[in-house]
Design a protein around this ligand. Sequence first.
Ligand code: SF4
Length: 339
Amino acid sequence: MDSLFNRERSELEEYFLSIGEKKFKAIQVFEWLYEKKVWNIQEFSNIKKEVRDRLEKDFTTTLIKCVKRQVDKDVKKYLFELQDKNYIEAVLMYHDYGISVCVSSEVGCNMACKFCESGRQKKVRNLEANEIVEQILVIEEMENVRISSVVIMGIGEPLDNYDNIRRFIRIINDAKGLKIGARHITLSTCGLVPKIKELAQEQLQINLAISLHAPTDELRNKLMPVNKVYNIDTLMGAIKEYLQLTSRRVTIEYVMLNNVNDSIDCAKTLAHLLKGLNVYVNLIPYNETNAKEFKRSKKETILKFYDTLKKEGLNVIIRREFGSKIDGACGQLRGSERI
Ligand code: SF4
């Protein structure tokens, strides 16, 4: 049975029209689900009994189940069990400006980035939009908080699950849904070029982050197999097209790996690649995983890399570290649960 959390408001309107009801009932349902956080259909008291019964026959409102929760001072990590007994995870982070959640988009991931724990766990399936929405709902409920921003950067390559991600974004962005502003939603991709171009056409106003992590094909091929399909030149072409079509700034994610991609030469090549573009670079201190082949760059190396980019005129920040004490890198919690 389909989940009620898997429907955009416009789709629920169509549903109500198809069963001979007024379409404004979709707004009422959205208000119960996302404003009042009432998930027992029989408690939708402004909807008549026979319609509630019909809704119950057609939809479920069963949520994914949190089976493990790890807590550090400004970060919490959740392991969720899905209805089919697959596992995914999400991370909540407290910032000065609000609370964000990093959600997963797939069970496993096929992109096989070498430094990523999730890349070792092959994709089992896409998540349905409701399974992504539910990560937010369950966390809000457990912690009694209101999530102000969402990062699609957990397990999975979101653009490899394009339709469900677009649906998820529309549901959480809806003024009668979770009301998370498009500018507070960030989608991070390893660089699926055709999908970046498709996304540019959507006019969603969300933030796009590109996991670049290396400034040359030679190095990126070693770290990210996707580069053998869409090399840096092709990816840069898509980024430029995206910038032109959306007039939105793009974030470039760059994970700092000791003696791999953190030299001054790398910084200069990166600066050359990005010069003149409306981007900012996010330097990410690597969260070491169980795989020992990669280490985090030394603090002074990260600072030198940062300075070099600054001197070259780029906008750059060093991302605050989260979750290093609680298996914070993507995929680790799920990995340890299953092995
Ligand atoms: S970094 Fe992202 S795209 Fe790459 S393997 Fe990990 S989850 Fe997949």
